[in-house]
Design a protein around this ligand. Structure first.
Ligand code: NAD
Length: 479
């Protein structure tokens, strides 16, 4: 494998070559505000070139065997594992997240890729008799464009690349302009493993995503990002009727029943509210606590957060809440804190901006704000979470289901039959009892309502990267 220099960015990865661009740009380290290395800005021609190579590569790649794809996918995972220390540092440097969370993202990525390598969408026999056999077959779609967000750039990028390649597509990955560094290096690592044109990475500015969604040579867009952008992507893809998979924003409810053991449930709920500074689509974003235990839960959560959820740079030991990734998001989060303040909602644990530490803001717990408050209705994508009181099962299910987003939801309690009964009434792509946030490469993941279209991962996710062909073979016509 070619040596990868993690401190130089000479170009995009097109047809397994590093291709420089006429202009460059950079993003910033969120913990210091300091500019990082210059990265390429892809032109329309770069995209056209990459699409041309991807279309050419598709001809052979779509015909490779499962064994061959699988072998290369495992080799890719192992090559990434060899660079884990550099990638952990780079991810924390560009994204801001604590080292431990960067490590988690890297190890999940290797597990995901190795599991994808074992997964195959096989033909299904729908009917087989003397006269005919009817198969459902699943050919690849063609050239995919992966559009990736800044919060989890490695796993969410390669979580698209793996299924697309294993099902026989070629793919062009576009990182967020806020976090292009790791994804470009993953492109370089991939270039030493996959045939030219199979996996390419283009970094650009705000024009690149729209160019991809409207490009007639791209057959499918697989997008993860905000609901607002997802709607634009869907509208743009409609013009060429290209396939589109959308993984969008969430505002997950966790419902805590009165029989929940606070000492066992609360630490996990609080951690999953504040992990990655709340910048994960499936963080716990609304915590509904039964009125009988509300005060005890609140006191315990404030205590736990004060003593266990440390704020600081991602490079500091033991930090959970690291700086917000970028200035735009930091300003949005600050507006949500300001709205809570201006409207006079009770605050159980106040958080403030930490001066001199980049975009760092401490965790805040809001005490029973109204259901129509911004902190309840909008996804904050920051370390702030409301606690909300409830008294009746149907009432809280209605409130949990009341928003246009529906990505994940959970119910916590000792009475499993009741908790499962409640869970089955929650509208979301993933629902957990006594947990939240569990994901796995073999389990489909996605959202209902405005949280997305289609599921990623699992066999259902693999099928999103395929067309469906019904193949009728008549056996005796020529006899
Ligand atoms: P974003 O929508 O701002 O950007 C996502 C990507 O889209 C970036 O690569 C961006 O450059 C690109 N983009 C922007 N405008 C575009 C356009 N008009 N056409 C095509 N591409 C365009 O999202 P973000 O701020 O990077 O990520 C945060 C959001 O993503 C949150 O809402 C979060 O909940 C959501 N998210 C969802 C999931 C999920 O799996 N459901 C996972 C992670 C994040």
């Amino acid at each position: 494998m070619a040596t990868i220099n993690f401190e130089s960015y000479l170009g995009n990865v097109i047809n397994n070559q590093i291709v420089p661009t006429a202009t460059t740009r950079h993003s910033k380290n969120p913990a210091t505000g300091q500019p990082l290395w210059e990265v390429p800005v892809a032109s329309k021609k770069d995209l056209d070139d990459a699409v041309g190579h991807a279309r050419e590569a598709f001809k052979a790649w779509s015909k490779t065997s499962h064994e061959e794809r699988s072998k290369l996918m495992v080799a890719f995972a192992e090559a990434i594992e060899k660079h884990t220390p550099e990638l952990i540092n780079l991810l924390t440097t560009e994204q801001g997240k604590p080292h431990a969370v960067s490590g988690m993202e890297l190890s999940m990525t290797a597990t995901w890729l190795k599991t994808f390598a074992t997964m195959e969408v096989k033909d299904e026999v729908l009917q087989d008799d003397d006269e005919k056999t009817i198969y459902a077959t699943f050919p690849p779609i063609g050239v995919c464009g992966a559009i990736v967000p800044w919060n989890w750039p490695i796993l969410l990028g390669l979580g698209k690349v793996g299924p697309a390649l294993m099902t026989g597509n070629t793919i062009i990955m576009k990182p967020s302009p806020f976090t292009p560094y790791c994804d470009l290096k993953l492109g370089e690592i991939g270039a030493s493993i996959f045939p030219p044109g199979v996996f390419q990475v283009l970094s650009g500015d705000d024009s690149l995503g729209p160019w991809m969604s409207e490009h007639p040579g791209i057959d499918m867009i697989t997008f993860t990002g905000s609901t607002a952008t997802g709607k634009k992507v869907a509208a743009s893809c409609a013009k060429t009727l290209k396939r589109v998979l959308l993984e969008l924003g969430g505002n997950d409810a966790a419902i805590v029943c009165e029989d929940a053991d606070i000492s066992k449930s609360m630490p996990k709920i609080a951690t999953l509210a504040f992990i990655n500074s709340g910048q994960i689509c499936m963080c716990v974003k609304r915590i509904y606590v039964h009125e009988k235990i509300y005060d005890d839960f609140k006191a315990a959560m404030v205590d736990f957060t004060k003593n266990n959820i440390k704020s600081g740079a991602g490079t500091e030991e033991g930090v959970t809440v690291a700086p917000i990734q970028n200035e735009n998001q930091f300003n949005l989060v600050k507006q949500i804190y300001a709205d809570v303040d201006q409207r006079g909602y009770n605050v159980a644990l106040p958080g403030k901006v930490v001066e001199g530490k980049g975009y760092l803001i401490e965790p805040q717990i809001v005490d029973n704000p109204p259901d129509d408050s911004i902190i309840v209705k909008e996804e904050p994508f920051g370390p702030i979470v409301p606690l909300l009181k409830w008294s009746d099962d149907q009432e809280v299910i209605g409130r949990a289901n009341s928003l246009p987003t529906a990505l994940g939801a959970s119910v916590w309690g000792k009475d499993l039959a009741r908790a499962e009964k409640m869970a089955r009434q929650l509208s979301a792509g993933s629902v957990w009892v006594n947990s939240h946030f569990d994901v796995a490469p073999n389990v489909p993941f996605g959202g209902h309502k405005e949280s997305g279209w289609g599921m990623e991962w699992g066999m259902e996710g693999f099928k999103q990267y395929t067309n469906s062909t019904s193949l009728w073979v008549w056996k005796k016509v020529m006899e």
